[in-house]
Design a protein around this ligand. Structure first.
Ligand code: NAP
Length: 333
């Protein structure tokens, strides 16, 4: 029998990469989208899979829509990627963030418990849950949580309710505690894409500055295409469990900036980068660095794309796509 997967957050960054992987493995993929007058399929188009997915409507804040979906589809696997996922916005909209990221997960787990208890469940947990906490500079599955944003706090609830449904109801539920992962389809408000897109615009003479909140924070950055493989592997194990997924290296925002300008062939990045207090977080996390030993040993997972390759890929793609857009506009004019 063909396996079926329901992916929430299908229009985001990870949804399309995961959908492509599952389609390659011959899954039938359902993608949950919110009620929109005009949904944005740009990221799925980028991977060329828009018409290979069956779209279903649902909203993480609407319990009835989730109940109906699980009752009707009874998928083999659910990947819950939907979230208000921008840390900065979680300070502006903490209640919405909690409704989507915390309560939404409970609604989904309740739907599985009631209507499809053999469905396997993946929860998109995050290194933001660790916040200030580390063990000798690294975070692994045993590191205590100390989140520093409403986003991080909302994901801690989601993490524990996922563990609780596994322990209380024996649902095959896993947390992937993923460190930052990026790609050419990362949302443009996230710092890596803000930099790669900003550099591309400067290169093509369309902008003359990039405004950032801080250059010092360090993150463990990997490629989204690699990380969705770990999500899938978690649900193929004998027993459900939680895994940290990252590269084991951290780099500063400044390093990302320097490399991005270098790859675009622009000297003196300092001329173009402005520090703007509007983008500073009320509470910052200074260093996140994974110890992904458990995922490597038990899942046999490892990242393939290096930090340098990731920066180059994002800058090259943004320059290429902006050039194509400019050419298309010129042709129309
Ligand atoms: P993303 O690009 O922001 O995508 C999130 C998706 O969630 C969007 O497609 C959005 O839909 C959807 N969504 C938001 N509110 C919703 C609601 N009320 N009901 C239904 N859908 C809703 O995030 P991502 O980078 O792909 O990340 C996927 C997941 O992994 C998220 O849960 C994120 O928190 C988590 N995570 C990400 C990273 C990372 O570095 N990328 C690291 C750790 C964990 P619209 O398109 O309609 O807005």
């Amino acid at each position: 029998m063909k396996k079926t997967a329901l992916i929430t957050g299908i229009l985001g960054q990870d949804g399309p990469y995961l959908a492509r992987l599952l389609l390659e493995k011959d899954y039938k993929v359902y993608g949950m989208i919110r009620r929109y007058s005009n949904p944005n399929f740009e990221n799925l188009d980028y991977l060329g899979i828009t018409d290979k997915i069956e779209y279903v409507e649902g909203d993480m804040t609407d319990q009835s829509s989730l109940l109906n979906l699980i009752k009707t589809i009874k998928p083999t696997e659910v990947y819950n990627l939907a979230a208000q996922s921008f840390v900065g916005a979680s300070f502006e909209q903490p209640i919405l963030t909690t409704e989507v990221n915390s309560l939404g997960v409970l609604y989904l787990l309740e739907a599985i418990r009631m209507f499809s208890p053999t469905t396997k469940f993946y929860q998109a947990s995050t290194s933001e849950m660790f916040g200030l906490s580390n063990k000798n500079g690294y975070q692994d599955e045993t590191t205590p949580f100390h989140p520093r944003s409403p986003y991080g706090v909302s994901k801690v609830y989601a993490y524990w309710i996922t563990v609780n449904y596994r322990e209380a109801y024996r649902i095959f539920a896993c947390n992937g505690i993923l460190f930052n992962h990026e790609s050419p389809i990362r949302g443009k408000q996230f710092v890596t894409r803000k930099i790669s897109y900003g550099v591309a615009k400067i290169k093509l003479g369309l902008a003359n500055e990039i405004r950032l909140g801080a250059l010092e924070p360090r993150r463990d950055w990997g490629f989204a295409g690699d990380y969705v493989e770990a999500m899938h592997l978690m649900l193929q194990q004998e027993e459900p469990d939680d895994y940290v997924v990252g590269t084991g290296e951290s780099h500063s925002v400044k390093e990302f900036v320097e490399l991005a300008f270098k790859y675009a062939g622009i000297d003196n990045w300092q001329k173009y980068v402005k520090i703007d207090p509007r983008f500073k977080r009320p509470a910052e996390i200074y260093d996140l660095k994974a110890d992904p030993k458990k995922a490597m040993e038990k899942l046999g997972w490892k990242p393939k794309v290096s930090f340098k390759e990731l920066v180059r890929m994002m800058v090259d793609e943004d320059i290429k796509r902006l050039k194509e857009e400019l050419n298309a506009k010129r042709k129309k004019a």
